[in-house]
Design a protein around this ligand. Structure first.
Ligand SMILES: [Fe+2]
Length: 242
């Protein structure tokens, strides 16, 4: 792989300005933010007042409409609080769908690079992207079977999309290196793994044992993704370092 980590004129460190540096520290010490009423406690108190009164981010949609369909849905949904399972199914579907986009961005990036292992890396990326897509369609079908609307965005789906905004930025920034993108993808895969584990537990708890084999298959695929990305990241970083 090509060496992408460059040494250059980086002026962000204070040591670049030995005279002005200490004056910057002195300035920060003598002029704390909001000198009249600002301190950590006041910030925490203000945030607490918002937390106490804020509504939640969205809601879990009621399964379909109409009495008949609703009854069917209720019959299919077991467990005390089925909305939790619905919320998490929605989150997983959204995350897997985003995963497809992320891997597609990575594939596009690798396609325009020239290095010895390009074909092998592309094959792994395409394999992972296709499995993320399979997971998304599987989850969408399960939501529909349970009487839900797979096109609805659940609260956890919303929040997981917000959490992964940084990954999208890293993958689509033309300046980022292969190793930096692989690092972002490793975060995605680690989250994928942990979330499938949780979803399996949740399905069991909710009495949906029938869903567990499919979820375990997905978890096995995610474990392979994690291994693949970790190996590629290691290779990229070690090659740059040696
Ligand atoms: Fe994955």
């Amino acid at each position: 792989m090509e060496k992408e980590t460059k040494v250059g004129m980086n002026r962000t460190g204070m040591q670049m300005a030995p005279i002005q540096g200490p004056s910057q520290v002195e300035y920060a010490q003598t002029r704390p933010p909001h000198p009249v009423e600002g301190n950590e406690e006041a910030i925490a108190l203000l945030r607490a007042s918002y937390i106490e009164t804020a509504p939640r981010v969205g809601s879990v949609p009621v399964p379909a409409t109409g009495k008949g369909i609703a009854e069917t849905a209720v019959g299919k949904l077991t467990g005390k609080n089925p909305e939790v399972l619905f919320d998490k199914l929605g989150e997983r579907a959204a995350y897997e769908r985003s995963g497809v986009r992320l891997y597609q961005a990575m594939i596009g990036r690798v396609e325009v690079m020239a290095f010895a292992e390009q074909t092998a890396l592309l094959a792994d990326l395409i394999h992972i992207r296709d499995e993320e897509y399979e997971h998304f369609t599987m989850l969408s079908e399960i939501v529909a079977q349970l009487g839900g609307d797979p096109t609805a965005q659940t609260p956890c789906a919303d929040i997981s999309a917000v959490s992964s905004l940084g990954m999208i930025q890293v993958l689509t920034d033309p300046r980022t290196t292969l190793a930096q993108c692989l690092q972002a993808l490793l975060s995605v895969e680690l989250t994928d793994n942990a979330c499938w584990e949780l979803l399996i537990e949740l399905a069991q708890e909710a009495g949906h044992e029938d869903l567990v084999p499919q979820f375990q298959k997905a978890l096995a695929a995610e474990q392979e993704h994690e291994t693949m990305i970790k190996q590629w990241l290691r290779k990229a970083v070690m090659e740059e370092a040696t």
